[in-house]
Design a protein around this ligand. Structure first.
Ligand code: FRU
Length: 489
């Protein structure tokens, strides 16, 4: 297996679009330039998988033309044939995307449909179907509202999209996906240091209860917690018309670091953006994929001369909602490939300055449990054979995990060299799961309720070196597992 992360064979890619589980396969569409490695000629590329791990790339699904680029959006199965595009026996898949006009500063929502399971698409003749005469109205995510627990409200389509520059999520309803009625809007609220993009809204049961809460994801750029692109979320109630957050959040400016730290962030790394969830799965299998990139430098990332391409996706992540310190928090469980155990250690006392070193797979998973004992913290240095290194640190005093990729930034664009920080309460034992894939690291902590995703300079054949900071630590458990060819877990 080459990579654990989806990336098209060639060319430019950014946001995931139209994520849909249908006909036993996961469909991943994505912002794609069929003609090159720059962000342009935006179309929807397409790949599918039966396990979220091994992806097969398909021909371009919806292509730009002389009038429009095809910006981000979503797909639904029109099971009741509300559009008339298909039939009840053979329902159409309907994509709702943003038409980015090539003639004027104008964005509006348009439809395309597929009658062959998502491979080929026809643009609807009456596009656009929703036009606010706006320059920055984009990224429609459509869900089916089924009238809540009592079904009293009937059933209809709901669209969440953004007025990006106004930092507003706008909600509309429709019976047929063709004509839309305004419902409500949410925002500005929370982080507002940039444009709001790619919203998603979905229900999740609060773990250990029967209570269902709604999660509203909002990506923004710049103004993310790690600098540049980032995704915040709000938890609240949704009655088919209005999203009401549990906690009212005033807008927080980028300069207000403490204010930003108090918000709910989906990921604390620099390269997890525009994540949205799959349609077509049961609510208890809510699954997200995000773009592993950041608009601050994405367009300048190096390309491989032999197979020029830019952009990849995160691992797919199953989402749940749990209570931490009396507040709901998202928990993310990555869906990884089949793995082969490659190393194991237990109860190793790690003294300074010797530390403990072991080779780790360049593609695979590392699980660590470290008792900090009297130490102030711990340092985990991953160093590849080309000298690139990423240092993950835990500092007990600040209760922060850091990911320092400054030594893995040679040849990368300006602004790439950086240290990311994530709040992580001290427990006697620090437990981490790291997914490494040569050019990326995804760190899952606190049972997946704290996540940090970073692109990194390639780490080939890396070694991991564990050292205590100001004291010895105990490596309670270390296991490494390498990705192997084949199917998902
Ligand atoms: C988010 C985004 C979307 C837009 C798309 C264009 O990364 O800016 O708002 O639809 O990318 O490629």
């Amino acid at each position: 297996m080459n990579s654990l992360h989806f990336s098209p064979r060639r060319n430019w890619m950014n946001d995931p679009n139209g994520l849909l589980f249908h006909g036993g396969r996961y469909h991943l569409y994505f912002q794609y330039n069929p003609l090159g490695v720059g962000h342009g000629n935006l179309s929807w590329g397409h790949a599918s998988s039966k396990d979220l791990v091994v992806w097969e790339e398909h021909p371009v699904a919806i292509r730009f033309d002389d009038d429009e680029e095809i910006f981000s959006g979503s797909i639904v199965v029109d099971a009741e044939n509300t559009t008339g595009f298909g039939s009840v026996e053979a329902p159409a898949l309907v994509a709702c995307y943003t038409s980015e006009s090539k003639h004027a500063a104008h964005q509006a929502q348009s439809l395309a449909y597929s009658l062959d399971g998502g491979l080929s698409w026809t643009k609807h003749a009456g596009n656009p179907v929703l036009d606010r005469r706006s320059t920055d109205f984009r990224d429609p995510k459509i869900i089916r509202w089924d009238g809540g627990p009592e079904g009293a409200e009937g059933s209809y389509w709901v669209m969440v999209a953004v007025e990006a520059k106004q930092q507003e999520v706008v909600l509309y309803r429709s019976d047929d996906l063709l004509s839309w009625t305004y419902l409500s809007s949410f925002g500005p609220a929370g982080a507002v240091g940039g444009v709001w993009e790619c919203p998603d809204i979905f229900p999740l049961r609060l773990e250990g209860t029967d209570e269902v809460r709604w999660v509203l994801l909002v990506s923004l750029w710049p103004g993310g917690i790690a600098g540049g692109s980032g995704t915040q979320y709000f938890v609240g109630g949704f009655d088919g018309r209005t999203f009401t957050p549990d906690v009212h959040r005033e807008p927080v400016e980028v300069s207000d670091e403490a204010g930003l730290a108090g918000l709910d962030w989906f990921d604390y790394g620099r390269d997890c953006y525009a994540g949205v969830t799959f349609a077509g799965l049961p609510d208890d299998q809510r699954t997200l994929i995000a773009w592993m990139g950041n608009w601050e430098y994405a367009k300048q990332m190096p390309v491989d001369a032999e197979a020029p391409r830019r952009g990849s996706m995160t691992l797919a992540r199953r989402l749940s909602l749990t209570t931490v310190d009396g507040r709901p928090r998202l928990r993310q469980s990555p869906v990884g490939p089949a793995l082969t155990p490659s190393g194991h250690a237990e109860d190793v006392v790690v003294t300074e300055p010797e530390g403990f070193s072991t080779p780790v797979p360049s593609r695979g998973r590392i699980d660590l449990a470290i008792a900090l004992q009297e130490a102030e913290g711990v340092s985990l240095r991953l160093e590849g054979d080309e000298g690139h290194a990423v240092v993950i640190g835990y500092d007990r005093a600040t209760a922060e995990l850091s990911c320092d990729r400054r030594e893995a930034a040679v040849g990368y664009p300006e602004g790439f060299a950086s240290v990311q920080r994530m709040p992580l309460e001290t427990t006697p034992t620090l437990e981490l799961t790291l997914w490494l894939d040569e050019e990326s690291i995804e760190i899952f902590a606190a049972g997946g309720t704290r996540v940090l995703t970073d692109l990194i300079g390639p780490l080939r054949s890396p070694d991991l070196r564990v050292t205590g900071i100001d004291g010895a630590v105990s490596l309670v458990r270390l296991s490494t597992r390498a990705a192997c060819d084949g199917e998902g877990e």
